[in-house]
Design a protein around this ligand. Structure first.
Ligand code: ZN
Length: 143
C-alpha cells in the first residue's frame, strides 16, 4: 500500500466524519482500512452505522481487512459533479467488493488506469491517497 498525489483535482470537499463513521476515518488517517464488525454475530457492515443489520446488536469492533478486492460495478463520469471537477475527466467511479469482509462493498476510484480500462471482476489493491488536510483517502490500483 502506497500513498501519492490526488486522483481527482484539488478543491473537492473531504469527507466530514459524523459519530457513526468517525472511527472509519480515524483509521484511514493512520492508513488502516478497518470495517465495522459486529461483536455479537461477526457480520461486517459498511458504511458505518450504530446497529448491526443482521442481529441489532450495538457492539462492534473495527476489524482490519486485507486491502484487496474485486470491482463489483463501475461507471465513467464525463460531466462535472462539483465545480472543482470542471474540465477534468472522464474518470472512473467503482464499487469494490472487499476481500475478507463478507459482502461489504466500498465506493472509490481506480487510479493509474484509463477510465475505460476498468471492468467488472478487475482485481484491485488498496492505495492510500494523501489529502491536503494531512489525512488519507482509500483509493484502488489494479492488482
Ligand atoms: Zn450482529
Amino acid at each position: 500500500m502506497t500513498a501519492s498525489s490526488a486522483y481527482l483535482p484539488p478543491g473537492l470537499p473531504t469527507p466530514a466524519a459524523d459519530l457513526d463513521d468517525l472511527g472509519f476515518w480515524e483509521h484511514c488517517n493512520r492508513r488502516e482500512l478497518r470495517i465495522q464488525r459486529c461483536s455479537a454475530c461477526g457480520h461486517f457492515r459498511h458504511t458505518p452505522m450504530p446497529t448491526c443489520p443482521a442481529c441489532r446488536s450495538m457492539d462492534f469492533t473495527w476489524a482490519e481487512v486485507p486491502g484487496t478486492g474485486t470491482v463489483f460495478s463501475h461507471t465513467i463520469a464525463h460531466h462535472a459533479t462539483h465545480p472543482a471537477l470542471r474540465g477534468f475527466g472522464p474518470y472512473n467511479i467503482v464499487v469494490v467488493l472487499l476481500d475478507g469482509a463478507d459482502d461489504v462493498r466500498m465506493v472509490g476510484n481506480v487510479v493509474d488506469v484509463a477510465a475505460d480500462e476498468v471492468h467488472i471482476g478487475m482485481k484491485v489493491v488498496l492505495h492510500w491517497e494523501a489529502t491536503a488536510e494531512g489525512g488519507y483517502l482509500p483509493r484502488w490500483r489494479r492488482a
